[in-house]
Design a protein around this ligand. Structure first.
Ligand SMILES: [Zn+2]
Length: 154
């Protein structure tokens, strides 16, 4: 029997990731400032979200490959209330889907901010563009290193 993972301590009311067994390495590498994606060691394909079995060749052997941390905005939304109180206080902010430069079929959800530790609403919405180049930066929330995204200088 398995038990549900304990919820992490709240970080000013923001929701925190709850790492499971398959995803735990993602967060351990994030704590070192590394963005890594699970890769099949038999067929070599990258996959996300993490899972035990390769969807392409059904191998159970995998490793975690370091990504460059660069990508492009594939899409975005600007949430408005009603939201949880900690999010409503920062709304409207943005949630972006980033297509990784090293793995264009993998898209990660996150926030575009002006610096890793800046508030969720720190980015001027007029600067949000599909296709804009971004790179990852990590901030600590409730003891967990969380990826955020910064615009590349053009
Ligand atoms: Zn495979």
């Amino acid at each position: 029997m398995t038990t549900a993972p304990e919820a992490a301590a709240p970080a000013d009311g923001l929701l925190l990731p709850v790492p499971d067994e398959d995803g735990a390495p993602f967060w351990e590498y994030a704590a070192r400032g590394e963005l890594r994606v699970q890769a099949c060691t038999d067929c070599g394909r990258l996959r996300f979200p993490p899972r035990p079995c390769c969807p392409h060749c059904r191998s159970f052997d995998s490793e975690w490959r370091r990504m460059s941390g660069r990508g492009r905005i594939w899409s975005y939304v600007r949430p408005h209330p009603p939201l949880l109180p900690a999010y409503a206080a920062q709304a409207p902010y943005n949630v972006i889907l980033v297509e990784l430069a090293d793995a264009p079929h993998i898209r990660l959800a996150g926030n575009l901010v002006t610096s890793a530790d800046a508030p969720l609403d720190s980015m001027d919405p007029a600067r949000l563009r599909i296709g804009a180049r971004v790179h990852v930066a990590f901030t600590e929330l409730g003891g967990i290193s969380v990826p955020r995204w910064l615009l590349e200088k053009s």
